[in-house]
Ligand binder design. Sequence first.
Ligand code: ZN
Length: 88
Amino acid sequence: MKSTKRESDEHFLEESVQVYLRFSDGRWVLDRPTLDGAPLDSVLTGGASNSECECGDPAGCERARAVADQAPLPNAEDLYALLLEALA
Ligand SMILES: [Zn+2]
């Protein structure tokens, strides 16, 4: 039997988070809800999405999607680390 981690790695799962901004002194800055340390809010109404996965295994794909949907979304500090990793 495959482990959960391995199964999720076989599927293309997506999420999107909101970064709240406010206009201050003529420019956009991060707003307080973004910086409260809590996981950022999802933009997706149905949680994690597997709509772009081409695995051909709907049941396994849904199990992997459900597992991903339970993982906490990044908070602002986590997002900073992800951006730094991707842009470095
Ligand atoms: Zn899949």
